[in-house]
Design a protein around this ligand. Structure first.
Ligand code: HEM
Length: 181
């Protein structure tokens, strides 16, 4: 997993809960990297799980909620870093469809070690987009946060229906239906 996912996660924790908590998370867990993350480094996904479990225990906020919040936060980081991916598409559905065929392909070119999910997207009709998330890292909550913030950014209010296709959360279907105006 790319370092930026760790550095921005810790930045969010610091903003929401203060540096003292970040310091405890890094020093009181037996982290393989010893918590010395750089945005361009690559670290084991299991360390992210360790940090999430620890933060959840300290804050009494469940992990799905933490991941969803982090997805929303990460959207803003992506938007500020790569505005060209957002400013060249007409609406949220076109943007979301471009993740698999364009954005994550570019990410993989720059960071060959990036571990990315796969999205199967299908326009069911003009106002309905189906997105099927596939990833062994089972971060559909993070994906949901990113999707929510995307809809908000493009001012495209939708109702999201979510369904586990595989019980362990490695395949998850999102059905986005535009709210009637
Ligand atoms: C400009 C837009 C985007 C860029 C540059 C980008 C880039 C990245 C990067 C660098 C990672 C980390 C890979 C790793 O840890 O090795 C990642 C992971 C991920 N991205 Fe994107 N991303 C973008 C938009 C999105 C959007 C809108 C979604 C949501 C639908 C999304 C879904 C995910 C998920 C769920 C992961 C976590 C890894 C996993 O589930 O296996 N990305 N992305």
């Amino acid at each position: 997993m790319k370092g930026i996912v760790f550095t921005e996660f810790l930045e969010m924790v610091e903003q929401k809960f203060g540096y003292e908590l970040v310091d405890k998370m890094l020093t009181e867990n037996d982290l393989e990297s010893k918590g010395a993350y750089t945005s361009i480094g690559t670290y084991n996904y299991s360390e992210m799980v360790q940090l999430l479990v620890d933060l959840s225990a300290r804050t009494e906020i469940d992990i799905p909620t933490l991941l969803k919040e982090y997805g929303k936060y990460f959207f803003d980081i992506l938007y500020n870093s790569y505005p060209q991916f957002f400013n060249t598409v007409p609406n949220s559905f076109v943007f979301l469809e471009s993740i698999e065929n364009h954005i994550h392909i570019e990410v993989k070119k720059i960071y060959p070690k990036a571990e990315l999910p796969t999205f199967e997207t299908k326009m069911i009709d003009q106002d309905t987009l189906e997105m099927i998330y596939h990833s062994e890292r089972k971060m559909a909550d993070f994906a949901e946060g990113l999707i929510l913030r995307t809809l908000n950014h493009f001012q495209d209010p939708c109702t999201i229906n979510r369904e586990n296709i595989k019980e362990d959360g490695s395949i998850v279907k999102f059905l986005l239906v535009r709210n009637k105006k």
